[in-house]
Design a protein around this ligand. Structure first.
Ligand SMILES: Nc1ncnc2c1ncn2[C@@H]1O[C@H](COP(=O)(O)OP(=O)(O)O)[C@@H](O)[C@H]1O
Ligand SMILES: [Mg+2]
Length: 274
């Protein structure tokens, strides 16, 4: 087993038999800033959610098996350089992009924060240090994917979102949006990477109110705290002057709240104790 790379969340090992081993850490990042504090149990929730969703979804995927509370084995893929984002609700970076006319939304003339979109949209980004939205035309022009692949990714990602939305709904949650990654193996596409609360926004139906910031059962909780306390602005200012932002330490109560919510969403959706 050879250490390959350490991502924002996972440590990746090459098993040299065509498989990789993922170790899910308790690390957390937001707005592309890595924090020094860890969120206890986050790795375990992400790992077990990955197992759950890969088994739940009837789509060819890279999952082989889970080998511990925080480790899974997957088939090694050639990753596509595109993040497949599906949005079902008007939230996150979509709001700013819509307000400054950098994205059009079909059949929408007036929409409030957190409102459901008329239909889920495929809204991919590049897969770079700082991901940027990319149109179908550019994705093909820059050779990220073929036209056939793009159309398949759009259709399949929306299909997956709808299946997950229904599953979340039956557990009392709203799945607001979702990020998927796909890989290629012997010219076939497989759903890859991971699926869990770092890849989607999840709201409790009982707390849901249009027009407001939602109570998040995912990483958004940290993003909201950063914004409310002026850190998001500090990050942007640092970057604008060519510096790397420095992460503040995360208050103990927020760490606890995040652990509790990660755990609660797992137990309600999977219907099993962590
Ligand atoms: N089956 C796979 N084969 C090869 N690479 C993969 C596979 N699934 C996911 N990856 C890649 O492994 C990395 C996982 O580590 P992660 O902590 O998510 O890193 P990142 O900081 O890039 O998000 C990602 O870059 C992801 O694209
Ligand atoms: Mg990742």
């Amino acid at each position: 087993m050879k250490f390959l790379t350490s991502g924002k969340v996972k440590d990746v090992y090459d098993l040299e038999d065509g498989n990789l081993q993922f170790k899910f850490s308790d690390r957390v990042s937001a707005y592309d800033v890595k924090f020094n504090d860890e969120i206890p149990k986050k790795g375990e929730v992400l790992c077990k959610f990955a197992e759950f969703w890969f088994n739940e979804l009837d789509i060819p995927n890279h999952f082989v098996r889970r080998i511990s509370d925080t480790e899974i084995i997957v088939k090694k893929m050639e990753m596509l350089p595109i993040e497949c984002i599906v949005r079902g609700y008007f939230y996150g970076s979509l709001v700013e992009r819509y307000n400054n006319n950098s994205i059009q939304l079909d059949n929408v003339d007036d929409i409030s924060l957190a409102e459901k979109l008329p239909t889920p949209i495929f809204d991919p980004t590049t897969k770079a240090e700082h991901d940027v939205p990319i149109t179908k035309i550019d994705a093909i022009k820059f050779g990220l994917v073929s036209e056939h692949e793009f159309d398949w990714l759009a259709k399949t990602s929306i299909q997956i979102y709808n299946i997950m939305l229904a599953k979340a709904k039956s557990a009392g949650f709203i799945l607001a949006d979702l990020k998927l990654e796909f890989g290629k193996h012997e010219n076939e596409l497989f759903l890859s990477d991971s699926i869990g609360p770092d890849e989607y926004r999840l709201w409790l139906k009982d707390d849901y109110t249009v027009g407001k910031i939602q109570e998040a059962y995912d990483k958004q909780l940290l993003r909201d705290w950063l914004t409310d306390n002026g850190f998001k602005k500090k990050f942007d200012d640092a970057r604008a002057s060519g510096k790397e932002p420095t992460p503040p330490s995360i208050p103990k109560e927020l760490v606890k709240k995040m652990t509790d919510r990660y755990e609660k969403s797992y137990e309600l959706i999977v219907n099993q104790k962590l």
